[in-house]
Design a protein around this ligand. Structure first.
Ligand code: UD1
Length: 418
């Protein structure tokens, strides 16, 4: 199993290109199932989760190719199966995103229930409830969500909580439904908007994405399209946190700053100087960060996917921060590992109290989930001595060539096999 070996204490400097967003690429790849024509996507990052989605699309019978320029072409003309098997779904919960498209286009779908997850329960009841409201018959059989509907019918859906993939699944299903669907309490994440843009390029009629009320006028069929996946705001935020912790002067390119408002506000509060243009950001940090309290919330609030990285910044900050996690019930797994590096953190339910220390000391730590791993990398970049981050397959699920990108900025980081 690969590990990362990081020697902390190097200032970061230079330029780094941000990759396409994993959480936008996954739903848009699933959306390619809605049409028999080819969908061509540029900016799809090379990641383990993307590979899993491509494998799933092939399992269903779609033709999937990576073209010479890196773009992914999906042609789902001949789909021979409507089953997303447990072996794939259990490695990536976002596999549930094929449920809506399969049901809408083929009238049936069998998708394994994702099961448990390191960061919390993460049920998919809202996906199911919404599809039922659109007329689908849904049973749970042998661990699979089995859904049938001759033609989905547009309706008004109010989700019980803000769910990102839930909103996306329902939006995709509604694109081919008969009549109008309204999703209230919809997720406002930029990735939802990117999916809506891709669907509209395929001939769908989706309005209001990016707000909490999305209206979809169903159409008879969708056609092929070209789309460029939006930049990854969580990858960008992770680089910004790396600079906040380790210090430095780094310019991010190919980034969309207006998707990073909450992160930027908090980093400025921590003492970072940030300038931004339409597609770049420059971050400078020449001092120890000040502690900043954060409370996770759906977009445009502070992203739960940035919580672990901010925990790491606060671990070495001046002062005490209160970090409240409101989205997932068990998303503090990185705390025990950060404590191994010398962080002073107490957990009380959904809240972590982080008292900044003047220095962390390198140690062997274990990644427990995707963003927890990113938090450990941020901490390791500032820790004295060598940190070995084990189980980085979690990191590989969501970060493209992270060690190469950080090394190019001057970090002492390398991947080692065990
Ligand atoms: C997506 C992101 C993930 C991010 C999360 C929250 C993708 C592929 N993943 O995950 O990186 O951390 O949003 O921003 O885009 N819930 C239910 N029932 C449901 C659906 C959700 O109870 O049917 C709950 C969840 O358990 C959680 C909350 O709602 O407590 C939000 O989850 P959701 O937004 O659905 O997260 P994901 O879409 O899985």
């Amino acid at each position: 199993m690969d590990k990362l070996r990081i020697e902390g204490g190097r200032r970061l400097a230079g330029e780094v290109a941000v990759s396409g967003a994993k959480n936008a690429a996954l739903p848009i790849l699933a959306a390619a199932l809605l049409t028999r024509e080819a969908v061509r996507l540029a900016g799809v990052p090379r990641l383990r989760d993307v590979d899993t989605m491509l494998r799933l699309l092939r399992t269903l019978g779609a033709r999937v190719e990576r073209e010479a320029d890196g773009a992914i072409r999906v042609e789902a003309a001949a789909v021979g199966s409507v089953e997303a098997p447990y072996e794939l779904v259990r490695t990536m919960r976002a596999s549930i995103l094929v449920l809506g498209p399969l049901l809408a286009r083929f009238g049936e779908a069998r998708v394994s229930l994702p099961g448990g997850c390191a960061i919390g329960q993460r049920p998919v009841d809202q996906h199911i409830k919404g599809l039922q409201a659109m007329g689908a018959e849904i049973d749970i059989e042998h661990g699979y969500v089995v859904a049938r509907a001759e033609r989905l019918l547009g309706t008004r859906i109010v989700t019980d909580m803000v769910t990102v993939t839930g909103t996306e699944n329902l939006m995709m299903a509604a694109a081919l439904a008969s009549g109008q669907t309204v999703i209230e309490n919809a997720a406002r994440e930029p990735e939802v908007l990117d999916l809506a843009d891709a669907l509209n390029a395929m001939g769908a009629r989706v309005y209001g994405a990016g707000t909490d009320r999305i209206v979809i006028d169903g159409v008879e069929s969708l056609h092929g399209a070209d789309h460029v996946v939006m930049p990854d705001r969580i990858e960008a935020g992770t680089f910004l946190c790396s600079v906040a912790a380790a210090g430095g002067d780094v310019t991010l390119t190919g980034v969309r700053p207006n998707t990073l408002d909450a992160t930027v506000d908090k980093l400025r509060e921590a003492g970072m100087r940030i300038e931004a243009g339409a597609d770049w950001m420059r971050a400078r940090m020449d001092r120890r960060p000040s502690a900043v309290s954060v409370r996770t919330a759906p977009f445009p609030g502070f992203a739960t996917d940035m919580q672990a990285q901010f925990m790491a910044v606060n671990a070495v900050a001046e002062g005490t921060a209160v970090i409240t996690e409101t989205i997932f019930e068990n998303r503090f797994m990185h705390v025990l590992e950060l404590q191994r590096l010398g962080a002073d953190i107490d957990i009380d339910g959904h809240t972590a109290i982080v008292r900044g220390v003047t220095s962390l000391s390198g140690a062997a730590v274990m990644a427990t989930d995707l963003r927890a791993s990113a938090g450990l990398v941020v901490a390791a970049l500032v820790a004295e001595g060598v940190t070995l981050v084990d189980r980085i397959y979690h990191l590989d699920r969501g970060y493209e060539r992270m060690e190469h990108k950080l090394a190019a900025l001057g970090a002492a980081i390398e991947r080692i096999g065990s």
